[in-house]
Design a protein around this ligand. Structure first.
Ligand SMILES: *Cc1c(COP(=O)(O)O)cnc(C)c1O
Length: 394
């Protein structure tokens, strides 16, 4: 059975600005529609499909687990989740992890964790979480409020209280907002939805230093830029700092839903039985898949390859000296091309030429290709983007 775009529209809530085609299958770094039209994927399902499509080891591991045990309640431990917790905390240099199912859920839990840490130690009244302007942290009522963009603070009143917003990479603004009521700051090392904007290294280092002095927790939202995306285990590893809490999701799942709250020893024992939970969290099939992601991508050789691919993309785009390109930003294979024209137009034209790209903000074409992509495949897509840009009138 296959559906066309308009049939699909009939029964699904219209909460996304959706694009054609309807995707039917994938192989390697390509997606296909029902007519076997082929699309080179520079989106990874928004940073999720880090291993591409049909990755043999991932399929083998998840299928085997599917036949062994698909689910058990969190009143028991299961082997794949314990194994994943061990490997992930070791690679992340963190103490423990809580498993959920999505980025928003991970951030929501991280906010709870930070507030309880502070409540246990200092009592009530120290509950404010600072986030950055132009950030994105999720779609629940609380994570929408944590998101530092006014356009997300509409309709759904009342929102959760206790958030304030700091201008990204502005140390003076951070100091001004850091009152005695603040218990944590949440940061994306590279703001994804906000426009692929890496934070300033000195800013991050200074923020972490001051927070450590004041026992204000540092939460890195690594949902988009974590798990090898930037050529490091986490985006914040590019800044040589330590985190108290790290949230992960997207790329860790490689196609199945997972979210996680990584805890340093400082906060690892804050949640006690009954404080937090998630029915589907730590699903054995999903965890079996994530183990393959760690194995394939979070090792020195793979990370180095991602760094090289990222440098290649930047070099190729910068060398083109295309007048539509204002700047090329990002780290590793998380790339933003700031353009003079409408990025949505580039996205639509790219689909016609068999390439899928993302946008971010009003003026950025965003690239999040699968992390297993080759140089040759990258060049095919970049040439299409440059061709589109060269045809746009100034
Ligand atoms: C996508 C994203 C989220 C939300 O993740 P969901 O899985 O959609 O809930 C949170 N933070 C960042 C940085 C993201 O990119």
């Amino acid at each position: 059975m296959s559906y066309d775009f308009n049939e699909a529209k009939e029964h699904i809530v219209n909460s996304y600005g959706r694009l054609e085609p309807v995707i039917t299958h994938g192989e390697g770094v390509y997606l296909y529609d029902k007519d076997e039209n082929k699309y080179l994927d520079f989106t990874s399902g928004i940073g999720v499909s880090s291993l591409g499509y049909g990755h043999e080891k991932w399929i083998k591991s998840t299928s085997k687990q599917l036949k062994t045990l698909a689910h058990a309640s969190n009143i028991f431990y299961t082997e794949p989740s314990v194994k994943l917790a061990k490997e992930l905390t070791e690679k992340a240099n963190m103490s423990k992890i809580f498993f959920g199912n999505s980025g928003a859920e991970a951030n929501e839990g991280a906010i709870k964790l930070a507030r309880k840490y502070s409540y246990d130690k200092y009592g009530a009244g120290r509950s404010t979480i600072l986030t950055l302007m132009q950030s994105f942290h999720g779609r629940t009522i609380t994570t929408l409020k944590a998101t530092g963009q006014e356009k997300f603070h509409k309709y759904f009143f009342p929102f959760t209280e206790g958030f304030d917003y700091v201008k990204a990479s502005d140390l003076e603004d951070f100091k001004a907002k850091l009152t005695d009521e603040v218990c944590a700051i949440m940061l994306e090392a590279i703001q994804g939805e906000g426009g692929v904007i890496p934070l300033d290294k000195e800013f991050v280092q200074e923020v972490v230093k001051i927070c450590n002095e004041k026992d204000v927790l540092v939460i890195f939202d690594e949902v988009q830029c974590g798990i090898a995306r930037t050529g490091k285990m986490f985006g914040y590893n590019n800044f040589d700092v330590e985190a108290d809490i790290v949230t992960v999701a997207k790329g860790l799942g490689a196609g199945l839903p997972i979210g996680g709250i990584l805890c340093s020893s400082k906060v690892a024992d804050v949640f006690k039985p009954g404080d937090h939970g998630s029915t589907f969290g730590a699903n054995p099939v999903v965890c079996a898949g994530s183990l393959v992601v760690l194995d394939e991508l979070c090792n020195e050789k793979a990370l180095e390859k991602i760094t090289k691919r990222g440098a290649y993309v930047k070099e190729l785009l910068e060398e083109a000296k295309n007048p539509q390109i204002v700047a090329v930003r990002g780290i590793g294979l998380m790339i933003g091309i700031k353009v003079k024209c409408d990025p949505a137009l580039v996205q639509k034209e790219a689909i016609k030429r068999g390439l899928l790209v993302l946008t971010a903000g009003k003026d950025v074409v965003r690239l999040l290709p699968p992390l297993v992509i080759t140089k040759k495949e990258l060049k095919i897509g970049l040439d299409i983007i440059l061709e589109i840009l060269s045809k746009i009138e100034e």
